[in-house]
Write a protein that binds this ligand. Sequence first.
Ligand code: SF4
Ligand code: SF4
Length: 164
Amino acid sequence: MENILQELPEKAKEKFKANKKFFAKLKKNPPKKLDYIMQELHDAEFERTDCLKCANCCKTTGPLFTNADIERLSKHFRIKPQRFIETYLRLDEENDYVLQEVPCTFLGADNSCAIYDVRPKACREFPHTDRKKFQQISSLTLKNVAICPAAFNIVEELKKRVGG
Ligand code: SF4
Ligand code: SF4
């Protein structure tokens, strides 16, 4: 996994132009069964992916925290939402709450998540490859393929499947 993660940014860079072109085409003319195809590709890839051997998303980016996430997590820690914000979060350029630092504070040395059952929605959904209308998150996916080896493979498979 170490090697895969090391090589991933370079591999994603090599594919960037082709991927950008592919997503522009996908957005314009998404296949009728795209949601179904994505679910299938996502499930197959995550059957063979062990996120506990990777955790690159938790180490390098971290999630965005919604108000519901903040409410749920402050309850979990039995502190006031404001205290949770002051302790763990900061506002980014887009005025969204994100972690003060990466790797994520809640990531353990064994790559486990200390708040797994109550983790932010963005963590539960990352890398968003099984979401409906996948063609609408192409800019995000272009970034995610440089972080997440599973997302990289899913996009490569998608290109083969729908012709990219
Ligand atoms: S979601 Fe992707 S980046 Fe995150 S741990 Fe799993 S394979 Fe790694
Ligand atoms: S909250 Fe958990 S799943 Fe989310 S980035 Fe932190 S360690 Fe990873």
